[in-house]
Design a binder for this molecule. Structure first.
Ligand code: CAA
Length: 259
């Protein structure tokens, strides 16, 4: 059985965590498969958007696998966290936009997986928390870093120290998710955003993603320099030339070719 299902349709890839009997808990095998799938997908010509979701009714992912972690010593735990970081950083730096489509539990490592994506769309069934401190550990797949950067350090501290579980409304209010939708609409609403991204100039989107990601680690002036370089790169594409010429001729243009 494969632990990650992969489908590609109309230049949009959908990766589904497929371990529903364990609420898609992230064990080493699943993380390895996710990493392999991402590496293969990166070779796909003209992929425009990637969606990550979980199988089953109950969870996006209920965290790192507790059964596996229970047997680890400190060295193995460090290796496990380092591999989780490697996979999630690879996902975060994936060249095209990555959307997390979240229903049910997104706990611990599952919350961290969602935080590694560019955009988060949640169903009203979504529940987020960091239960780690109740298991005698800290978050280990980037949660202490990404939540503090995405929201505020004090808020990340409260959620991580207490393990408080939050619903979609609070996640939306705090800027953790982009959109909150009824569970029945999650797939359609996710696809709508993915299709909207897929309909725009793919080179421009990759450059915009790179500019935002790189800029987050830079001071404003250096970030502007990165932006100028990536802006300039767009002008080497046929898509930029064709789209601007179409505008000048008052024609509509959607035929982006990724070159
Ligand atoms: N690891 C391993 N197995 C898990 C799991 C996890 N994180 N979460 C759920 N499961 C398994 C359960 O053991 C259970 O398996 P069995 O049927 O074989 O007993 C199955 O999934 C269904 O789970 P429950 O019966 O517990 O379902 P529930 O509806 O009663 O409860 C839940 C759901 C509240 C999410 C509960 O399963 C739970 O608390 N899970 C653990 C959540 C958690 O603590 N996550 C953080 C892990 S630590 C981490 O992620 C560290 C890190 O940052 C790297």
């Amino acid at each position: 059985m494969t632990l990650i299902n992969a489908e590609i349709k109309d230049k949009i890839a959908l990766l589904t965590l497929n371990r529903p009997e364990a609420l898609n808990a992230l064990n080493s095998e699943l993380l390895n498969e996710l990493y392999d799938r991402l590496k293969k997908l990166e070779q796909e010509n003209d992929l425009r958007c990637l969606i990550i979701t979980g199988s089953g009714e109950k969870a996006f992912a209920a965290g790192a696998d507790i059964g596996e972690m229970a047997e680890m010593d400190a060295d193995q735990a460090e290796e496990f966290a380092a591999f989780g970081h490697k996979v999630f950083s690879y996902l975060s730096a994936f060249p095209c936009p990555v959307i997390a489509s979240i229903h049910g539990y997104a706990l611990g490592g599952g919350f961290e997986l969602a935080l590694a994506c560019d955009i988060r769309i949640a169903a009203d069934t979504a529940r987020f928390s960091f239960p780690e401190t109740g298991l005698g550990i800290t978050p280990g797949f980037g949660g202490t870093q990404r939540l503090a950067r995405l929201t505020q350090a004090a808020y990340a501290m409260e959620l991580i120290f207490t393990g408080r579980r939050i619903k979609g409304e609070e996640a939306l209010e705090k800027g953790i998710i982009n959109l909150l939708v009824p569970a029945a609409d999650l797939r359609d609403e996710t696809m709508k955003i993915a299709e909207s991204i897929a309909g725009k100039a793919p080179i421009a989107i990759r450059m915009a993603k790179a500019a935002i990601h790189q800029g987050l680690d830079l001071d404003l002036e250096t970030g502007m320099e990165v932006e100028a370089e990536l802006f300039a790169e767009c002008f080497e594409s046929n898509d930029q030339k064709a789209a601007m010429q179409a505008f000048l001729k008052k024609e509509s243009f959607t035929d982006f070719r990724n070159k």
